[in-house]
Ligand binder design. Structure first.
Ligand code: TRP
Ligand code: SF4
Length: 400
């Protein structure tokens, strides 16, 4: 049984904006004090689409990581690293490639979608097809079971689980496994052993999923077994195989509802974002110029917050009382849009002030970001090497 471990990554996109903060970063920061967390810059992933513009990758990496730290990721509480300095990711990606059917990759919905979206670029490359495989390796090389991601990554997590399952199915055979499992069952003791057997039968003969669940719980709670024995008996339930690579689960982060200044999704590439580094005066200028409900062409026209991008900011930044004030004032034309925007401007600036102060501190220390990444990479290499030893061994590669 492997312990809970969180892993997530972002492609290096340079400065973070408040959509990244409320969509992903705040969640990462909350998790770092709850579980063992690994967060990384997916710079190889950036090259799958950005292969013709290599100069931006390194620069974006340092900008992004400085923003992560400024936002509150703490290198004493989590491991922050750079993918391209942990070669175990590439090795596992290569090895998993041996057992990944092409059809699985071709059917991942983002494959066709992205090719259509970025149609000015040739994405009929081997690297781009392998994107979800590389992502699978990123996760599995840590044996991470919890992966905080947005809705758009669910199909990638799905293929990760399939690849892990296939790996365990092909390589999870241990000589003498059945005999050992029977011995471990005996160690459960008479009554529990009987229950375990009957749940196992109910699952294998009738596909009773509830029985499988009960049997797992029974094994996990059994005081008479070691962890290795527990793991074996759980594997035995579904086909006498051992779990070398656990199947990861998505920890779904609700997609940030923040709308950008022009009414489209907030995104760096649309140029409609408010950066974490945005100076206070610029926040004010941008929000004051932000689109509102088009029905409020004149101050005296009533509007509807549900049709207004500014409302998405109130949803993040305002308490119930202020939201009620907006609703009432907007729908009755009791307040003007600039009046409505003012508290949001203040709330954003209040949130950004300490973040910006930390970013300034971080960037005043030469090489601080690099040092954080170096230490993170060292730790990441150590953890992933443990998995790789098991993987190489399971796949029958010689040891020297
Ligand atoms: N594909 C992710 C994105 O575009 C980034 C990523 C790469 C990732 N590897 C990962 C996320 C592993 C979670 C786990 O946002
Ligand atoms: Fe939007 Fe506020 Fe103007 Fe209503 S009053 S349209 S919610 S900015």
């Amino acid at each position: 049984m492997f312990k809970d471990r969180v892993l997530s990554g972002m492609r290096p996109t340079g400065y973070m904006h408040i959509g990244h903060y409320h969509g992903a970063l705040k969640n990462w920061i909350a998790l770092q004090s709850q579980m063992e967390c690994f967060y990384f810059v997916a710079d190889w992933h950036a090259l799958t689409t950005n292969y013709d513009d290599p100069r931006v990758v390194a620069k974006s990496t340092f900008e992004m990581v400085a923003d992560w730290l400024g936002a509150g990721l703490n290198p004493d509480q989590c491991t922050i690293f750079l993918q391209s300095q942990v070669p175990q990711h590439a090795e596992l990606s290569l090895l998993l490639g041996m057992i990944t059917p092409l059809g699985w990759l071709e059917r991942v919905p983002t494959y066709k979608e992205q090719q259509d979206n970025l149609n000015e670029k040739d994405l009929t490359t081997y690297g781009f097809l392998g994107y979800p495989l590389m992502q699978t390796a990123d996760i599995i090389v840590y044996r991470a079971n919890k992966v905080p991601v947005g809705e758009d990554q669910v199909s990638h997590l799905e293929i990760s689980r399939e690849i892990a399952r296939r790996f365990n199915h092909i390589y999870g055979r241990e000589p003498g496994f059945e005999e050992k499992a029977v011995l471990a069952t005996k160690k459960l003791g008479g009554k529990l052993a009987k229950e375990y057997e009957s749940f196992k039968t109910a699952y294998n003969q009738d596909g009773n999923a509830e029985a499988l669940d009960k049997a797992k719980k029974l094994v996990v709670a059994a005081g008479s077994l070691s962890n290795a024995e527990k793991e074996m008996l759980v594997g035995f339930l579904t086909g006498a195989r051992k779990t070398i690579l656990p199947e990861p689960q998505a920890l779904l982060t609700p997609t940030s509802k923040l709308i950008g200044l022009d009414g489209r999704k907030m995104s760096k590439s649309y140029g409609n974002a408010i950066d974490l580094r945005e100076p206070a005066a610029s926040v004010e200028k941008k929000v004051r110029a932000m689109k509102t409900d088009p029905k409020r062409a004149r101050r005296t026209d009533p509007g509807n917050p549900d049709d207004c991008p500014v409302w998405t900011l109130h949803e993040v930044y305002s308490d119930d009382a202020r939201k009620a004030w907006v609703r009432e004032g907007c729908t009755t034309a009791g307040i003007g849009c600039l009046e409505c925007k003012q508290p949001v401007i203040e709330a954003i600036n209040a949130e950004l002030a300490p973040i910006q102060a930390r970013i300034a501190e971080i960037e005043a220390k030469p090489d601080y970001v690099k040092d954080v990444l170096r230490a993170g990479c060292a730790r990441a290499r150590e953890v992933t090497e443990t998995t790789m030893r098991d993987v190489r061994d399971a796949m029958g590669l010689a040891e020297l």
